[in-house]
Write a protein of this length. Structure first.
Length: 253
C-alpha cells in the first residue's frame, strides 16, 4: 500500500486540517453519545496525530486519554500542544498494540484505517484492548462519501490511491460484526469544514489530505488551477465547504 510520509506532513498538519470550535463541540457530543461513558473512563485515541481530538476529549469530557500514533513527529507536535499534560502520549503500531488486554473503555480513531495494511487486524486489536461492554468509535468516510468530493474531483489521481485502501461504510460495519462487536451503527454527519471556498483552497495548497502528498506535483498543480477556476465561477457553492463524515460504532459483548 502506498503511504504518506507523516514525518514531513507533521509540521503543517494542523494548518491544513483546522477544526473549528463548532466542529470540536459537534464531535465531542457525538463521542459522548456513543461512548456511553462517565468522566474518568479510559479512552485510547488511536492514530491521534497532533492531538486535535485527544486534548479536547480529555479537557471537556474528562476521560483519561491515551494518544497513540506511529509517527514520532506527530506525537512531538501533540506534546507541544498539550501544555496542561492532559494526555498520555505513546508511540504505537495500530496493527500490533503493546497494551494489555482490557486496557480501555473506549477506542476512538479518526481517519486511521485507510493508512493500515491490515485493517481487520487493527479492529481485532481494538477489541482485544477494550474492556467488556467497551465501545469502538471510528470517525471516517467511505468511498461513497468521498468519491465525488472536492479533492477527488479536481485531483482524480487521488481517487486511484484511495480506491485501493478506503472501505465502504458497510465494509467497516461488517468488519466490526465479524470481529464480534455488537450494536454496530453508523451516523453520517454533514460537517462544514471550511469558512468559505477560499479557505478550502488555502487548505488544499497545504496538501491537507494525505493523498495530495502522494500524487505527482504536475497533477497537483493542474488540479489547483482547475479548482481556482471553479471557485472563481462558483464562490458560494456549498459543496466547496462541506464534508460528509461518518461515525461507525460497535460494542464489545
Amino acid at each position: 500500500m502506498k503511504k504518506a510520509d507523516y514525518s514531513k506532513i507533521a509540521s503543517l498538519y494542523d494548518k491544513g486540517r483546522k477544526l473549528s470550535e463548532e466542529n470540536i463541540t459537534l464531535w465531542l457530543d457525538i463521542i459522548a453519545k456513543y461512548a456511553r461513558a462517565v468522566p474518568g473512563a479510559r479512552l485510547l485515541d488511536l492514530g491521534c496525530g497532533t492531538g486535535r481530538f485527544a486534548i479536547p476529549i480529555a479537557r471537556e469530557l474528562g476521560y483519561r486519554v491515551t494518544g497513540a500514533d506511529s509517527s514520532k513527529e506527530m506525537l512531538a507536535k501533540a506534546r507541544e500542544k498539550d501544555k496542561a499534560g492532559l494526555v498520555k502520549w505513546d508511540l504505537q503500531d495500530a496493527q500490533s498494540l503493546n497494551f494489555p488486554d482490557k486496557s480501555f473503555d473506549i477506542v476512538f480513531m479518526s481517519f486511521l484505517l485507510h493508512h493500515c495494511d491490515d485493517q481487520e487486524g487493527v479492529i481485532h486489536e481494538c477489541r482485544r484492548v477494550l474492556e467488556e461492554r467497551g465501545a469502538v468509535l471510528i470517525r471516517h468516510a467511505g468511498m461513497e462519501q468521498i468519491r465525488e468530493d472536492v479533492a477527488h474531483t479536481f485531483f482524480p489521481e487521488t481517487l486511484a490511491i484511495d480506491e485501493t485502501r478506503m472501505y465502504t461504510v458497510k465494509r467497516v460495519e461488517d468488519c466490526l460484526k465479524d470481529t464480534g462487536f455488537t450494536g454496530v451503527v453508523s451516523e453520517e454527519i454533514n460537517q462544514r469544514s471550511f469558512k468559505n471556498s477560499e479557505a478550502h483552497l488555502e487548505a488544499i495548497l497545504l496538501k491537507n489530505t494525505s493523498t495530495l502528498t502522494m500524487i505527482p506535483q504536475e497533477a497537483f498543480e493542474r488540479g489547483v488551477r482547475k479548482l481556482r477556476e471553479y471557485i472563481k465561477k462558483n464562490p458560494d457553492d456549498p459543496w466547496l465547504v462541506h464534508d460528509r463524515i461518518v461515525m461507525t460504532v460497535g460494542y464489545k459483548r
